[in-house]
Design a protein around this ligand. Sequence first.
Ligand code: SF4
Length: 374
Amino acid sequence: MRPSVDTAERPLVLIWEVTQACELTCDHCRADAQPARHPEELSTAEGKELLDQAADFGERQLVVLSGGDPMKRPDLVELVDYGTDRGLTVSLTPSGTDELDADSIGGLADAGLKRMALSLDGATPERHDAFRGESGSFEATMRAARQAQEAGVPIQINTTVCADTVEDLPAIRDVVAELGAVLWSVFFLVPVGRGQVLDPVPPERAERVMEWLAEVADEAPFGLKTTEAPHYRRVRRQAAAESADAAGAGAPTDDENRRASVLAGDGFAFVSHTGEVYPSGFLPQSAGTAPEDHVAEVYRESELFTSLRDRDELGGKCGACPFREVCGGSRSRAYAHTGDPLASDPLCGYVPPDYDGPLPWDDATDAVRAEGRP
Ligand code: SF4
């Protein structure tokens, strides 16, 4: 069954990193954010051209203005306004700083902003601020969440899963519910940028977290998706198959599954602050430079993007996996660990039944291989 959004034609999510500048020094920062704006970041005119190209993907294309901290761009409201006029669904991922106040949020809401995604990596000021490297960030984030809702802008909460945050996830889930967020986006760490100093959770812990997330998704008042963890799709399939409805009537549809976790280059694309078009911010291999290269053409036709969408190209256990069409593994993590975006995802503990090739982690045990699950 084809999903209602053909991800060979358009991404579900197009991220534009409008700037690398940011005041925070978060431990996990993919962007290696800096205090100052890069002299070669896309200009206002180039940014508008990029938004014109994004509109060519089709009606209501989702464009997320990201950073760094997008609030560092003085033309941010102008860009939101322009994108909205072009029929785009424009969302924003600002940093939790004092620049995010009622006035600035009100201006963005008036320009047509459809959603604001805020990062929350701890359920208390102590835990969140330690992770984000800035005291007061938790309070600024809570305040911005309330102000966004008062301005009529729905909020999304983004959380990083790593060894430092995993114990706090249930408490963070409660804060997400209390805030009235519409979506919880749970990002499984990819060791890129400053994130290389953090410890990821091991595969067996990731599996338990995904099983727990599937339960949360069934009960929570908000939507839930994972980032860089498409094996969440496999976990949900397996849970549905193991449930009383063995026929799979309760299993997520292909479209729900894709929305539950989009993949680099397959439902997801990223334009860097200097216009490089990457499959993801965590897979910094350039397939073209926007706006000189049309972003839709790069997404649809470049060799890198088309190979990432072809599950027959996958190597290792991902290539032998019966779930490769619904999952496919994190191409970004494979790239970060091996330099090959088509290699196996080392965070996934599943071993395909008849697979006896190399495993992507060092300490695999016979028990893991025999059970096929951690
Ligand atoms: S082995 Fe690869 S394709 Fe299969 S479930 Fe794990 S990450 Fe997904």
